[in-house]
Design a protein. Structure first.
Lengths: 109, 258, 597
């Protein structure tokens, strides 16, 4: 966004800067608990994967929303990223599904 | 007629041109890394039971690298905020930090790559397998610091209980070696996708650092002529940098922790 | 930053201003568009020549190619020994014909040339949003083209595993041609990505005041959707290209399965990879790619129909929603190219369903074009002839795709000549006809002269007749079971060679190859008037007489000829939609978009 770069902006920005620092601490914390959680024996590896991905999505959302200002972006950008997210999901999910789907009576070792 | 909206926002979209451009480019990058993450998932799901590696990467080193990149993200946004507040010297300071952190990241990554290239798996003619880091290589023998295993499967899950081995110096005459291969991308599909994902990511780090470095150095001429335009360039390069950090936020747990 | 154009000053400094910065390293979208156009037409010609040599070999296996045989041997060495197209050479011609036509000819012409030249003009912008990125995208294209071209001359020749480059074959072929192909593709994909970002940002941000989304010429909508397809679908292929490059050069096994044996010997690889993974990543792009091939052509067709029927396009809103839906759906149909890879019923049904659904917006678009002719005051000039032929030709191509989209009928038709006929009908008398129409139509805007109508009609009739004679028999050959990519044209599977075999290719099916060859030669001859007409008319064609000889409503025709640097002295104000033809009560039968009431 192109606001005027005057000194009045400094006051306006101190509130933003507090937010940036808060996100930074959250990211540091998130990193440490991701590492820690990977050592917890949940028994089932899928749970570890789920926990790690969940924390990663939270961290990524913080970076995108606050550092990249996505939370206050314009509709046009949301449109572009929404389509991208849909096609990204399609690529991952459909490819994975096709690997797992076999004709009847197929022998899988 | 000049190209409009290079600095001021177009009224109906609320955006200036370069901002649309960079988000479009980032969309394509999402698809690029998405394809590679798909590849990772498919290779892992398709691997036979017990033959997908765990614990082959140094977690403390990876964690440090993650913290380095996250710190570079905050310095990047602070650099842009400083310009918005007309504080040019603080911008210079913060982006200098960003560049140092970028170099640190690449340095640590290079150390990790080197470590993998020094790590060898040696299959002997009698069927035994030796695994360890190269100490010395002469004309007729090889010395590694590692251990022997009977079953190759033991080399894979290093995070399992009881996976820790004593590392001793083992010298093997070359005549007894059937196959000697280091832990490069050719070693296994896990390392192949590891090197490709982190390599491509590292290229993006280097590319981003070059752009930020240029803007920090010779590019600052624009600050005097058109400060708003220069600030926008810092914002655009910052968006790219945050994306690079975002990719690593997923790469780190997927490759190092899972 | 562009200065206000001063034509006299430029002319004075013509020699000093530098040929290089004005014509070679230009950032002006019009020059870049023309650069793309010339380069693409050269590659179109080259790909056509490859096809002629392939058709010769198919019709006369083992016979030296007439006229050019000795030249082939001199240039390509043992692969073309005695001037005969050897099996390996045939395979590389086949792979490169496809690659060149799709990535080096049609897309650069339809998107790079027409898109670059016309989109900024039609939206009332001074240039693309990022002119230097535009120049870079052309340079990457040329670089990629050079790499692809030179791959013919390295030992072992060019890539041989089809334009689809399926591993393990593509990786296992021991020569460097495939590596060159992969590097070339990375460069071409980079070019396309840069172009796509530019197009989308330009259409979003640089529309002139009053140029709302629903006042855009359909051509711009078509290019806009095309750009989105390129932006989001190409990166997975770029990733796949890098992975295959690593398989070839770094010994990885992304696409190489465990236990792979090459030439009877176990390959020294880690294994664990999947050939199917390549297919998914490849077709994720390659399906949207076929819509990249057709959408700009549909845009051209709509512009020319509106102009030559002197009435608005029927169903503008339907066209817009249809093209948006088409673009969206094109991302989730790709595995209909993979029905025979051992897919399960559920996933095959999913892709079959989305494939059937995507035919709906295609039909809507074609229907709107057909209905637009109704009640029109049709001018049968050369562009209009090509465009009118496009309609049934694309219709045939599209309809013949239906048995391929159904998984059960595809079992019989997959990888046969039927597929070749289907997609060539869409691209050859489909897209290429539309692009020919576009060349004849916009020639006076770029040069101020008209191309010869007489020779244009000769070109049209010759191309129409011979294209049909080439591709129509292939439907029959495909249904008879003739497979693609056979260097001997299927002679090994003919009843002549195997009298007792069931389902062998009959003498009649084999004989068709000879007729197809003659038709291909006829098609080649029919292009000669076009090539001569094109170059001759640049300096000797009938002067257009005005900046708007076709009496068109869109903004590119409201500029001087050729449009100056910066296009418009100041931003045009748009008052109306793009197809205000024959508005009742108006003095003229057309009203330009920027004409106030």
């Amino acid at each position: 966004m192109s606001e005027h770069t005057t000194d009045q902006a400094a006051d306006h920005f101190s509130h933003h800067i507090r937010r940036y620092l808060f996100v930074f601490y959250a990211l540091l914390f998130g990193t440490l608990i991701t590492v820690g959680a990977s050592y917890i024996p949940f028994g089932n590896r899928e749970v570890n994967i789920g926990v790690a991905l969940f924390i990663a999505i939270c961290k990524a959302s913080l970076v995108a929303c606050y550092f990249m200002h996505l939370i206050s972006e314009r509709k046009m950008i949301y449109f572009i990223m929404a389509f991208t997210a849909f096609f990204f999901a399609g690529l991952m999910f459909l490819t994975l599904w096709s690997f797992g789907d076999f004709p009847w009576h197929t022998v899988t070792h | 007629m000049e190209i409009p909206y290079t600095v001021e926002a177009r009224p109906d979209t609320g955006l200036y041109n370069a901002k649309v451009g960079i988000w479009l480019f980032l969309a394509s990058e999402v698809m690029l890394f998405g394809a590679l993450f798909s590849t990772y998932i498919l290779l892992r799901v398709g691997a036979p039971e017990g033959f997908w590696p765990h614990g082959w990467l140094n977690i403390p080193v990876g964690t440090v690298n993650t913290l380095v990149l996250i710190t570079s993200s905050i310095t990047t946004v602070m650099a842009w905020a400083s310009l918005k507040m007309n504080q040019f010297s603080r911008f210079k300071f913060f982006h200098a930090c960003t560049l140092c952190l970028a170099l640190t990241f690449v340095g640590i990554k290079s150390y990790e790559y080197h470590d993998k290239f020094m790590h060898y798996e040696i299959i002997l003619k009698d069927g035994k397998i030796a695994d360890g880091h190269l100490v010395k290589r002469t004309a007729d023998e090889v010395t590694i610091s590692g251990h022997y295993v009977e079953d190759r499967k033991e080399l894979f899950d290093l995070r399992a209980a009881g996976a820790h081995h004593e590392h001793t110096e083992i010298t093997i005459p070359k005549a007894q070696i059937k196959k000697m291969e280091n832990y490069g991308p050719w070693h296994s599909t896990y390392l192949a996708i590891y090197f490709t994902l982190t390599g491509l990511h590292a290229l993006h780090v280097i590319g981003g650092a070059i752009v930020i470095g240029f803007l920090w150095g010779p590019g600052t001429r624009l600050w005097k002529k058109d400060p708003e335009r220069f600030t926008n360039r810092i914002e655009i390069s910052g968006l790219f940098w945050h994306f690079v950090d975002l990719v690593w936020i997923f790469l780190f747990p997927v490759l190092y922790l899972l | 930053m562009h200065a206000i154009p001063h034509p006299h000053v430029h002319e004075e400094h013509h020699e000093e201003a530098g040929f290089w910065s004005k014509y070679v390293f230009s950032t002006d979208h019009k020059i870049i568009g023309i650069q793309y156009g010339f380069t693409a037409l050269c590659f179109l010609f080259f790909g056509f020549c490859l096809m002629l040599m392939m058709r010769w070999q198919i019709a006369h296996p083992g016979v030296p190619v007439p006229l050019v045989g000795p030249l082939l041997e001199a240039l390509l060495g043992p692969m073309a020994a005695k001037g005969i197209v050897s099996n390996d050479l045939y395979n590389s011609f086949g792979a490169m014909h496809g690659t060149i036509m799709v990535f080096l000819a049609i897309v650069p012409l339809a998107f790079g040339a027409f898109g670059n030249y016309l989109v900024p003009l039609q939206i009332g912008a001074p240039d693309m949003a990022f002119p230097r990125v535009n120049m870079a995208s052309y340079q990457f294209y040329v670089l990629g083209g050079v790499v692809m071209f030179f791959s013919f001359f390295i030992p072992g020749g060019a890539a041989q595993a089809g334009w689809t480059s399926y591993p393990p074959l593509a990786v296992a072929v021991p020569t460097m041609g495939q590596t060159f192909w992969l590097l070339g593709m990375v460069l071409l994909i980079t070019s396309s990505l840069l172009g796509a970002v530019n197009f989308i940002a330009t259409v979003i941000q640089l529309r002139a005041p009053g140029m709302t989304w629903m006042r855009l010429p359909f051509f711009v909508w078509a290019q806009f959707v095309t750009a989105f397809l390129l932006l989001l679908a190409f990166p997975p292929l770029e990733a796949a290209g890098v992975l295959q490059l690593m398989d070839k050069v770094a010994g990885t096994s992304f696409f190489l399965p465990t236990g792979l044996a090459v030439g009877g010997n176990l390959a020294n690889i880690s294994g664990g990879g999947s050939p199917l993974l390549w297919q998914h990543l490849f077709w994720f792009l390659a399906h949207p790619e076929v819509y990249v091939l057709i959408l700009p052509a549909m845009g051209v067709v709509c512009e020319i129909i509106a102009n030559n029927t002197r009435k608005p396009i029927w169903g503008y809103k339907s066209l817009v929603y249809a093209v948006l839906t088409l673009g969206f759906l094109s991302f989730i149909v790709w595995a209909h190219h993979m029905y025979l890879t051992g897919m399960g019923i559920r996933i095959a049904t999913f892709f079959q369903t989305t494939t059937m659904i995507i035919s709906i917006p295609s039909v809507i678009i074609l229907t709107c074009m057909f209905i637009s002719l109704w009640g029109g005051s049709i001018r049968f000039n050369t562009p209009m002839l090509f465009v009118m032929a496009f309609l049934p030709m694309f219709g045939i191509g599209g309809l013949t795709g239906l048995p391929l989209g159904f998984s059960y009928s595809d079992i019989h038709l997959h990888d046969t000549y039927y597929v070749i006929a289907h997609f060539h009908y869409i691209v050859a008398p489909g897209t290429i006809f539309a692009l020919f129409a576009g060349i004849y139509f916009w020639f006076p805007k770029a040069t101020g002269r008209m191309m010869s109508e007489f020779w244009g009609k000769v070109h049209f009739w010759g191309s129409l007749i011979f294209m049909n004679l080439i591709f129509q028999p292939m439907f029959a050959q495909g249904m008879a079971g003739m497979l693609r990519r056979m260097a001997d044209g299927g002679a090994n599977y003919s009843t002549a060679k195997n009298p007792d075999a069931i389902g062998g290719l009959s003498a009649h099916m084999m004989e068709l190859h000879t007729y197809i060859l003659w038709a291909a030669v006829g098609l080649a001859l029919a292009q000669i008037p076009f090539i001569i007409n094109f170059f001759w008319s640049i300096s000797h064609g009938t002067p257009a007489g005005s900046d708007n000889p076709w009496h068109s409503t869109t903004l590119e025709w409201q500029t001087p000829t050729p449009p100056p640097h910066g296009n418009f002295a100041k931003a045009p104000q748009v008052y109306r939609g793009p197809y205000e033809y024959s508005v009742p009560g108006h003095a003229t039968d057309f009203t330009p978009q920027n004409q106030p009431d």
